[in-house]
Design a protein around this ligand. Structure first.
Ligand code: GLA
Length: 343
């Protein structure tokens, strides 16, 4: 039994990958065996897709029409295509991992910020170029895009260079553009973290998803789900999941991990327990028709490559596999959540 087979009646099981995984035969094999969706951890973000050299060398020519360079994205798209594993596209619009020069007139960070019209022209051209590239060369490979990532913070639209240059409606504009160029059948997602937190959940529901739905621009809600051992409470996660689901949108868990800095057997057993509780909740919610969960993606394959160790400034052991692709107790407990059988 593998993760993808066990969960096939419910949703795709996905994993975020780095270049290291793609270059390591045992990692590629594990991905093919266990997963039915992949995401590029970093290599399809604006910082990876935008061609810094071309744009900065010739700003007069590319001021409104930023050039992309798909070299970093190609290995993921090739792997996905060759192995018939669909991909989540991550992401088109984000305040982070987007070069600062992208927000300035003539891409000159010493000069003035670009104005709204210029940024909207760049946004249109960028999204058009990325979607055209993948849809022409890899038709059908990407089934969902995170169109906008993390636009909400501190009780409002996040203060970011997107907000400053375009204004609050940069979210709607980005979805309009994505809808214009996305191939039929590609789902457009809003993606964020701490999506079970009450104020943030309600802000996303009322100020982001509902307005986008009125215009037919959004297909899904991405709950990143970088969880802690004791936060959020499962009841709060369930409430949020059901509220997003009640809108009739798809819901995807897009970046799942559970920070845990204690590798002892006892602590890894507790991690396994929390994962099992979560996967019971996800499959029940789907079965009961309360949220149309269509994929669940782990944020990386192995403990050793998790971003959490850097972010939390302590070694983290948050995932299902480690070392030389060994399965942890959490792997078996996730399978058990749906099969009722351990291992
Ligand atoms: C956010 C982003 C991801 C990733 C993580 C940290 O959740 O959406 O792409 O950068 O932060 O790895």
């Amino acid at each position: 039994m593998s993760l993808k087979t066990a969960f096939e009646p419910y949703f795709r099981m996905g994993v975020a990958l780095s270049g290291w995984n793609l270059a390591t035969p045992s990692h590629r094999e594990l991905v093919k065996e266990e997963f039915s969706s992949i995401t590029a951890e970093n290599d399809m973000k604006p910082a990876a897709f935008l061609d810094g050299q071309a744009n900065l060398e010739n700003p007069a020519r590319y001021n409104e029409t930023p050039v992309i360079k798909p070299d970093k994205a190609v290995p993921y798209l090739e792997f996905a295509k060759q192995n018939h594993i669909p991909m989540r596209g991550h992401n088109l619009v984000w305040h982070n991992q987007t070069p600062r020069w992208f927000f300035y007139q003539n891409y000159d960070v010493e000069g003035k910020l670009a104005d709204r019209d210029l940024m909207l022209a760049r946004l249109d051209h960028y999204i058009h170029s990325v979607l055209d590239f993948v849809q022409t060369n890899y038709p059908g490979v990407i089934y969902a895009w995170d169109v906008v990532n993390e636009a909400v913070d501190e009780g409002d639209f996040r203060k970011s260079l997107w907000l400053e240059t375009v204004g609050k409606d940069f979210v709607v504009r980005a979805f309009e553009i994505a809808r214009k160029y996305a191939a039929p059948g590609v789902s457009l997602f809003y993606n964020d973290y701490e999506t079970a937190q009450e104020w943030k959940r309600d802000f996303i529901l009322d100020k982001i998803l509902k307005p986008l739905m009125e215009k037919g621009l959004v297909d899904g809600m991405g709950m990143q789900s970088h969880l802690l051992m004791d936060h959020p409470r499962m009841e709060d996660y369930r409430t949020a999941l059901c509220l997003y689901g009640a809108l009739g949108l798809e819901v995807q868990v897009t970046e799942l991990d559970i920070h845990n800095a204690d590798p002892s057997a006892e602590s890894m057993r507790r991690l396994a327990g929390r994962y099992q509780e979560l996967f019971r909740l996800l499959t029940e919610t789907k079965k009961e028709g309360k949220a149309n969960i269509t994929s669940v993606t782990f944020w990386n394959l192995l403990d050793e490559q998790s971003w959490l160790s850097g972010f939390r400034r302590e070694q983290s052991y948050p995932l299902l596999f480690h070392g030389d692709c060994e399965r942890k107790e959490a792997y078996y407990s996730v399978l058990e959540a749906v099969t009722g059988v351990r291992g």
